[in-house]
Design a protein. Structure first.
Length: 120
């Protein structure tokens, strides 16, 4: 059982919810968060990294018009070196590059799929 809580010196017993969080969870609030490990960081540094790097760092990449090359290269290199964890940024950039290629750069934009109600 957790220790009893108090608000402004008044004991409130065992609680849950916002009061408990506000009163007792400073150690959780200020602790460095790690979220959930997905393995994507290691994948980007390993087998998937070569492919993703080729896609994002191409001189003719669609994303090059929106993100400066040196900044993207720095994000990529620091992630590959293990200095930073830029997994989320790199996956967002990869998704943006894919979207730009499919819907903006493509001479024939991808058609949306029909609704289930329209399929027979």
């Amino acid at each position: 059982m957790p220790p009893p809580s108090s608000v402004r010196g008044t004991p409130i017993g065992y609680t849950s919810g916002p009061i408990r969080i506000a009163v007792q969870c400073d150690d959780v609030t200020y602790r460095r968060k790690t979220w959930m490990s997905s393995g994507a960081a290691e994948w980007l540094r390993g087998s998937g990294g070569a492919v993703v790097g080729r896609i994002l760092l191409r001189p003719d990449a669609a994303i090059a018009r929106y993100v400066q090359g040196p900044a993207l290269r720095e994000i990529w290199q620091t992630h590959q070196a293990g200095t930073t964890d830029a997994t989320v940024s790199l996956l967002i950039l990869l998704a943006l590059e894919t979207w730009l290629q499919l819907f903006i750069e493509s001479p024939t934009p991808a058609m949306p799929l029909p609704r289930l109600s329209e399929m027979r």
